[in-house]
Design a protein around this ligand. Structure first.
Ligand SMILES: Cc1cc2nc3c(=O)[nH]c(=O)nc-3n(C[C@H](O)[C@H](O)[C@H](O)COP(=O)(O)OP(=O)(O)OC[C@H]3O[C@@H](n4cnc5c(N)ncnc54)[C@H](O)[C@@H]3O)c2cc1C
Ligand code: HEM
Length: 387
């Protein structure tokens, strides 16, 4: 059985550079699209990010096969296959992909290609494509959920709240994120996180921040119109609060608030909960766009406290164009500084369940600062930092 031939698998693993420094993946895609043109139309025009993602995934799968660990890669590939349904992948695409990848690997391995390596390539590619295709065919849930934009609120210069009515309700756990494609940027899927728990009537809300130079986020914030049709897919992620797991610290940077807000809203279903302390941060006070809602929730739920944090003490001139978010009397005063500094000023939070959500840099530095203060890493949760 060639999948037990670790040496042969190692030859294949060695030529799949996770950073695709040898251009193998580029050559594979070119060959695949020359065999069959239709898969090319499923990808966005620029495939640089996809080449890197594919190289990374393939390298990881082959590394696991070399180490004779099948369980995790099979689970990963099955999930990938189910998720790939939303791209419009057809069963025959797997056949042409397998042929193109086999031939590209054979060319790359060159003189080191033996019958044993050929057999390992054939069986591993059968496994990869077979698991993805089989899981996709066996999945009964919808491949995607379409919905119509019913509200687009520009809550600050770079921030928008977008509400949609889905054609049918989408089940997800509070705190999970989904893949989204918007009409302004076809085929460019991005992860966004519902800011409310799954709703039986199909209502869903997203909070989006336009990142500098970002294609899709700027299109959403600046160009979304009522009646736009969005496509959503694949709830993922495991951010959660264990209601029996002790008190909770939540740290949200900008629209990183979305999953934490969804979890908090879900917790309001119970009268008694662990204490939850939420730090919500932005650059300017005016960017703390959701404070009125958070304060309303806190006013009715004594287990929740909210500390607003802004890096700058005052607002820029453009703030006048957007809603005022000055705090009502009697609630936590706004703190000034970087989130990680303000949060750790209160202590190490080592006894808490800790949930951090925001841009990749903010999550990384906040996590490091909390760990430096003694917070155990196993008590800290955050989403993957990149897709
Ligand atoms: C699990 C998860 C959940 C997410 N949920 C949300 C959400 O609810 N709301 C939301 O607004 N965004 C969310 N994002 C980020 C979102 O998916 C996009 O990455 C982001 O909107 C940028 O896409 P873009 O097309 O505008 O940028 P691209 O055109 O893909 O990238 C342009 C530039 O922006 C940089 N960049 C990409 N993402 C970020 C980022 N998050 N912060 C800073 N710089 C970045 C890139 O490195 C690149 O230099 C989430 C990301 C992940 C991984
Ligand atoms: C049947 C053939 C396949 C087709 C048509 C296909 C198509 C696509 C498309 C259109 C995307 C989205 C690209 C983007 O958003 O920029 C994608 C993403 C991705 N593909 Fe494939 N793919 C196929 C098989 C595979 C296989 C065999 C693997 C790896 C073993 C793989 C791994 C990935 C990964 C890791 C991503 C990024 C994560 C995601 O968006 O789901 N694909 N693929």
């Amino acid at each position: 059985m060639s999948l037990n031939d670790r040496d042969a698998l190692a030859v294949l693993h060695a030529v799949i550079d996770p950073a695709d420094g040898n251009g193998l993946i580029g050559r594979f895609y070119a060959r695949w699209f020359s065999f069959e043109a239709s898969p090319r139309d499923l990808f966005p025009p620029d495939m640089a990010a996809q080449r890197a993602t594919f190289a990374h995934a393939l390298n990881w799968v082959y590394g696991e096969l070399v180490d004779q660990r099948a369980e995790e890669p099979v689970a990963f590939l099955a999930q990938l296959g189910r998720d790939h349904r939303k791209y419009g992948v057809l069963p025959e695409h797997y056949d042409t992909l397998r042929q193109a990848l086999y031939t590209t690997l054979r060319d790359e391995v060159a003189e080191a290609w033996t019958d044993a390596v050929g057999a390992a390539a054939e069986q591993s590619l059968n496994l990869i494509t077979g698991v993805m295709r089989g899981a996709a065919e066996a999945e009964l849930s919808p491949a995607w959920w379409d919905g119509t934009v019913v509200e687009h609120l520009r809550v600050s210069r770079d921030l928008a709240v977008v509400r949609l009515q889905l054609d049918q309700p989408m089940p997800y756990h509070p705190g999970q994120y989904v893949n989204v494609a918007v009409p302004q940027c076809p085929r460019r899927w991005r992860y966004l996180t519902p800011a409310i728990p799954s709703d039986d009537t199909g209502a869903v809300e997203f909070h989006v921040r336009a990142v500098s130079g970002g294609l899709v986020s700027n299109a959403i914030v600046n160009e979304t119109q009522s009646d736009d049709r969005w496509r959503l897919s694949n709830p993922h992620g495991g951010l959660h609060v264990d209601r029996d797991g002790g008190d909770v610290l939540m740290v949200a940077g900008s629209t990183g608030l979305a999953p934490l807000r969804s979890i908090i809203m879900d917790l309001t279903r119970w009268g008694e909960n662990p204490r939850v302390h939420l730090f919500f941060g932005g650059r300017y006070p005016c960017e703390l766009y959701d404070l009125p809602t958070l304060w309303q929730v806190a006013a009715n739920n004594p287990w929740l406290s909210v500390t607003p944090v802004s890096e700058r003490n005052g607002d820029p001139a453009w703030a006048a164009d957007y809603p005022d978010v000055t705090p009502p009397r009697g609630l936590h005063l706004r703190q000034t500084g970087k989130l990680m500094d303000v949060v750790t000023r209160y202590g190490g939070w080592g006894d808490r369940q800790i949930l951090i959500s925001g841009g990749p840099e903010m999550v990384r530095v906040t996590k490091a600062a909390l760990m430096a203060k003694g917070a155990p890493p196993e008590r800290i949760q955050h989403d993957p930092l990149y897709r």
